[in-house]
Design a protein around this ligand. Sequence first.
Ligand code: SAM
Length: 243
Amino acid sequence: MKYYVLTLFPDMIRDGFQTSITGRAVEKGLLSLETVNIRDFSVNKHNRVDDYPYGGGAGMVMQAEPVYLACQSVISKLPRNPRVLYMSPQGQVFNQQMAGELAQEEELIFLCGHYEGIDERVLEEIVTDEVSIGDYVLTGGELPALVIMDAVSRLLDGVLHNDESAEFDSFHDNLLEYPQYSRPEQWRGKQVPPILLSGHHANVERWRREQSLLRTRERRPDLLERAALTKEDKKFLANLTDL
Ligand code: SAM
C-alpha cells in the first residue's frame, strides 16, 4: 500500500505515522508514505494557498489551483488513477467496513483541508470519496487522514504480528471484542475471571464469545442487529432474562 497525503502540515503526518506499528510497517517496506506540501504548489508570490471566501463570511478558503497541482504531481507518476479521499466533516462516516474496502487498494491519496475548507471546484474535479471521521469539526484533515491510514494499515498482510491479529477486534463481524486481562492474576483485590486460567481452550472461546455478545448487546445494540450470529449465540441471547 502506498499512501500519498496532500497537506499543509507534512510534519504532522510524518510524525504521527512513523511511530509504533505503522512506523515498523514502513521500515519493513509493507507500506510507504509520501507527503506532498500543498504550499509548494502555491501560485502566489507570497506562497499563500488560501484566500477570502466569495460572498463573504468568516475564515479563509484553500484555493483550487495549488490543491489541483499537488494532486496532479502524485497522479502523474502513478500507473492508474487512485482514489482521492477528501477528509471532510460532510463526508460518509468512516467505519471498519470502509477500512476493509480501502485496504484492497494499491495506492490512496488523502487530501487534508484546513481553515474553512477547500474551493468546491477542485473537489468536484479530483475527489472520489469524501470521508468524515465523525460528527464533529476539527481544525484540519491531518488527524482524520492519520486515523484512516492507521485503521487501514493494520488490516494489511504482515502489518500486525500474528499475536496482534485483527481477526477478533471490535467491529469484526459487527461484534465488540471481549474484555482482556493480563498479569498479575490478582490486582488490587480484583481477580482475573477463573475460566481464563483453566487452560480449557473451548471453554475460553465460548466465554469470550458470550462476553462479546453481552458487550455488544449492552453497548451497541445497533451492531448486534447486523452481526452474523450462530444458533448457539441466538440461544444464549434469548436466555438472557433482563432484555
Ligand atoms: N467549514 C467546514 C464545514 O463546516 O464543513 C469545516 C472546515 S474544518 C474547520 C477544516 C478541515 O478539517 C476540513 O476541510 C477537513 O479537511 C477537516 N475536518 C474537520 N473535521 C473533520 C471530520 N470530522 N472528518 C474529516 N475531516 C475533518
